[in-house]
Design a protein around this ligand. Sequence first.
Ligand code: ADP
Ligand code: MG
Length: 238
Amino acid sequence: MISLKNIHKSYVTGTNSLHVLKGINLEVAEGELVAIMGSSGSGKSTLLNIIGMLDTYDEGDYRLEGQLIRNMSEKRVARFRNSHIGFVFQSFNLISFKNAMENVALPLYYRNIHRKKRNQVAMELLEKMGLSEWAEHMPNELSGGQQQRIAIARALVSRPKVILADEPTGALDSQTSYEVMDLFREINQSGITILIVTHENDIAHMTGRIIRLHDGDIVTDEINGIRRKQPVLQTLTH
Ligand code: ADP
Ligand code: MG
């Protein structure tokens, strides 16, 4: 599903160049639920943004469902992204002047689906997720947990194959975080591949696989607590 081979990324500002990803190799199979951990600045968001086609990379190969993601036009990138990927962010990123249902319906607007149909699809999804009572509420009338659930519904509405969540529980208390993780697990059980960036060990342990980044390298990769590779040694020697 997701295949990264020797991915490098640097950010260049003026005369400074910051090497943020230093040869990432990663395979994620369809249906996996993966946590990405690592200290602040280790490259987690950069990695997620490359996978989500929000950012480009300098070197290596990235394939999503076999399709090489490189040198694509803006238009093709947007189309591919909209049909394959849903995003969830720490700060929910709901549009403040639209109600919950309209927020959920928004990705369908970019697919040229007319308003009545958009709202109908959004409403059906909210009902399925047990959120229909919030449909008419504005984001500022909702708790953090409710807002994040609405944001997750918005990520789901265009039936993506992959959900990418960047610290989705970072702004939530632990009880609410667990509820949001339960929702991700349910979504994952329906077959959607999910990658979640998190700082919290207990959140990471609610997934099936934990990848740890350090200074732009993958240092450990554990499936259900079983370490499958030990690239730490490689990192120390190169
Ligand atoms: P994380 O999500 O693990 O905290 P990031 O991927 O956001 O890490 O950032 C990795 C490093 O790259 C940090 O040092 C950050 O300051 C830098 N960085 C991130 N985005 C940019 C950017 N657009 N321009 C310049 N530097 C950036
Ligand atoms: Mg980050």
